[in-house]
Design a protein around this ligand. Sequence first.
Ligand code: ATP
Length: 222
Amino acid sequence: MPGLPLAVSGLRLAFAGADVIDLPSLAIAPGTMTVLSGASGSGKSTLLYLLSGLLRPDAGSIAWAGTDIALLGESRRDRWRRKEAGFIFQNFHLIEEMSPLDNVLVPIWLDSFSANAKRRRALDLLRQLDVPAERDSVAKLSRGQQQRVAIARALSGNPSIIFADEPTASLDAAAGETVAAILQRLAREDGRTVVVATHDPALKVLADQSLLLDHGKREPAP
Ligand SMILES: Nc1ncnc2c1ncn2[C@@H]1O[C@H](COP(=O)(O)OP(=O)(O)OP(=O)(O)O)[C@@H](O)[C@H]1O
């Protein structure tokens, strides 16, 4: 799964007249993990939403392998995201009463390949991430296991880019380190492009590139 390269230029977004993101340039190479860090309110999540096309900037370009998603209308951006991107969130966003397997199947439910192939893919991902697929509900799993189900779900459509918003913030140190290592592996071994918004030093040390934000602007690395 080759990742996609990113080239950002002149990116700006304001909320209620106040600049929230002001980023003249950013480049990300495929097969790398980039960490967006900074104090609370510095703009990490907002930048992640811009890079993934969930938000549209006021100005600037966000070119993933030459496709400027800032120029796409909403439905084409949605289509681009479904094809290219997988998301991992701090609080997992799993459907608690469903099994790990069914959670992983949700994003690919409507895909055209066969039900058997989907099931095989989901089971394979859960096995790779060391999650017991047979549990009847994800609510019975540990938080670390739940986050690994969320990672398997993010991978179900075989995306070239993984976006993660504070993926280790609600985990204990050991589970957080496991998730950090998995994210690094998705970049280094699978060649995906991984972009993570986080406060977590365990993720920062594994990153190929760190972007420190302060009031939406890039700060020189300390
Ligand atoms: N929908 C919105 N409307 C108005 N202001 C917003 C909106 N979303 C975010 N902001 C503001 O944008 C700034 C950046 O918020 P953002 O959530 O990106 O920060 P963050 O670095 O991810 O913070 P945290 O670490 O607390 O999650 C903050 O000042 C926030 O109040």
